[in-house]
Design a protein around this ligand. Structure first.
Ligand code: ADP
Ligand code: F6P
Length: 320
């Protein structure tokens, strides 16, 4: 294998740069050329690319986001767009492709594999919604961002006897909200995987208030409702002030944590090794501390990733 390419697609996350660095350095060490495709599948379709060298990836390990940039690209959903992407691959004489992104991006990777392109996918999304891997890249950094913000909020909440409703990202996956609730000592986590009863939340909040525990924290995953909607529902049944915070895209940025840097390094090196060994149509996954290759069909056809019940079970005793 003489030339490979790498792209980042979908929602960005911290650690993507570190994976690109791992891919480039490993490929160069194996006497391969590396091309960086800009702006995800949009760049693949339009042929936006640049050669990547050791110098291109120096100083990027600690930076959030992706220097190759990312995009959502509706054209990649069409057969015409997919053929254009294929012709760029052929024109650039790319023999192997590393695709870093979330489940949508991995669907694009599967299409390219089916079209005959040797493709390896890397799960990268703060949502932690990609099946078959314990963790996706960027999740740990996002959780640390949330923890920092919520710790700040708790300081001011306690000074004013306030309840805060904090909205996390995650699409239809509640992992960020649950993991953040446990690590930040929140009383409630509202997640798409589990119904919630506003009356019960009000009852508990009022009870806490009566006991002199006069500030509380509710984390709501964006897939359930907005923080504003939850705060409005609480307004009529609790007798104290509620404030909201929408964490938004802040969660996606920032310097990657050590966990994400290590994961990125492993992903980057393993992706090139997989290509050299002829691997294609696979995603690299973290499984009980080990990196494994999982068939993309298994990843993408296994339905929604279930929330870890053992994590959910921690909420009830800790949130009392
Ligand atoms: P993420 O990769 O973070 O989940 P998206 O779901 O927006 O983000 O997907 C990123 C891009 O992947 C889409 O804009 C599209 O270009 C491509 N993509 C998503 N689904 C498919 C699909 N079924 N077939 C081909 N390409 C897809
Ligand atoms: O998939 C990552 C994610 O950050 C989701 O949590 C969120 O719903 C979505 O992307 C936001 O997308 P955009 O960056 O296009 O606003």
């Amino acid at each position: 294998m003489k030339r490979i390419a790498v792209l980042t697609s979908g929602g960005d996350c911290s650690g993507m740069n570190a994976v690109i660095r791992g891919v480039v350095r490993t490929a160069l060490a194996n006497d391969m050329e590396v091309i960086g495709i800009m702006k995800g599948y949009a760049g693949l379709i339009e042929g936006l690319h640049e050669p990547l060298t050791t110098r291109s990836v120096s100083g990027i390990l600690q930076r959030g986001g992706t220097f190759l940039q990312s995009a959502r690209c509706p054209a990649m959903l069409t057969p015409e767009g997919q053929q254009q992407a294929l012709s760029t691959v052929r024109r650039l004489k790319v023999e192997g492709l590393v695709i870093i992104g979330g489940d949508g991006s991995l669907r694009g990777a599967r299409v390219l594999h089916q079209l005959g392109v040797q493709t390896v996918g890397i799960p990268a999304s703060i949502d932690n919604d990609i099946p078959c891997t314990d963790m996706s890249l960027g999740v740990d950094t996002a959780l640390n961002n949330i923890r920092y913000a919520v710790d700040c909020l708790k300081d001011t909440a306690s000074s004013h006897d306030r309840t805060f409703v904090v909205e996390t990202m995650g699409r239809n996956c509640g992992y960020l909200a649950v993991a953040a609730a446990i690590s930040c000592g929140a009383e409630f986590a509202l997640i798409p995987e589990q119904p919630y009863a506003i009356d019960e939340i009000c009852r508990k909040l009022n009870q806490r208030f009566k006991e002199g525990r006069d500030n509380s924290l509710i984390l709501v995953s964006e897939g359930v409702a907005s923080a504003r909607e939850i705060a409005d529902q609480l307004k009529d049944c609790v007798g104290f002030e509620t404030r909201i915070m929408v964490l938004g895209h802040y969660q996606r940025g920032g310097s990657p944590t050590t966990f994400d840097r290590l994961l990125a390094a492993r992903f980057g090196v393993a992706a090139v090794e997989a290509l050299i060994q002829g691997g294609s149509g696979v995603m690299l996954a973290l499984s009980c501390t080990q990196l494994v290759r999982v068939d993309l069909n298994k990843v993408l056809d296994s339905g929604l990733k279930p929330i870890d019940q053992s994590l959910l079970d921690l909420l009830s005793p800790l949130g009392n």
